[in-house]
Design a protein around this ligand. Structure first.
Ligand SMILES: Cc1cc2nc3c(=O)[nH]c(=O)nc-3n(C[C@H](O)[C@H](O)[C@H](O)COP(=O)(O)OP(=O)(O)OC[C@H]3O[C@@H](n4cnc5c(N)ncnc54)[C@H](O)[C@@H]3O)c2cc1C
Length: 171
């Protein structure tokens, strides 16, 4: 199968995936996202892929660290092979970024790739806002208010620029 730049493979039982994640597990039949990163480039010597599998947040996660890699590898590549998608090189454990690793890289979002989950009570108000307690330090991006995704990240950049201009009395 020829992959596009962005590919999403849904599952048979969508609700079941949410139930598994709520229960701290990875779904037996997970939704998979594959980004064929060099697709569309006129020339590239590289042929890289990013694969995303949904995982429970860090506080809910019941998967032991030693099993995490094997589980992700098995569920991902078994599902893909059933659809006729094979990879020449299977990633090793150092290629896997888990919620635990995300929490180390960007603390405060319970291991989530897109910032604090909106599911928690009042979590919308717990997102970092543009202005911080440190004078002259402003935040912008997908992990801050108003939320993740390119439009929201751009909007937070606009908020930060406006706030800086106001604080410097430029407007
Ligand atoms: C696979 C994938 C697909 C997505 N698809 C969509 C989509 O279809 N639509 C959508 O709206 N959103 C999508 N998103 C989400 C979107 O990409 C993010 O919400 C958005 O990019 C966040 O913007 P940002 O500026 O906060 O961070 P980023 O875009 O991650 O930018 C941060 C930049 O800072 C750099 N950086 C990091 N650390 C340092 C450092 N110490 N020194 C210097 N530079 C540093 C990084 O290299 C990077 O260039 C997707 C995300 C992923 C991962």
């Amino acid at each position: 199968m020829e992959l596009a730049h962005h590919n999403i493979f849904f599952n048979e039982d969508y609700k079941n995936e949410f139930d598994s994640i709520s229960d701290g597990q990875i779904a037996k039949d997970p939704t998979l996202y594959i980004c064929k990163q060099e697709k569309g480039l006129k020339s590239s010597s590289k042929n890289r892929f990013e694969i995303i599998i949904n995982a429970p947040s860090l506080t809910r996660n019941k998967i032991s660290a030693s099993k995490e890699y094997d589980l992700c590898k098995e569920r991902t590549f078994q599902k893909l092979s059933k659809m006729g998608i094979y990879f020449k090189n299977i990633p090793n454990s150092s290629n896997l970024i888990t919620p635990k690793a995300f929490e180390r890289i960007a603390p405060g979002a319970d291991g989530s790739i897109y910032g604090l989950s909106p599911e928690r009570l009042l979590s919308t108000f717990q997102r970092p806002s543009t202005k911080t307690k440190i004078r002259g330090l402003y935040l912008a991006g997908g992990g801050t208010h108003p939320g993740p995704g390119l439009p929201m990240a751009a909007l937070s950049g606009k908020h930060a620029a406006e706030m800086i201009k106001r604080d410097l009395a430029l407007i």
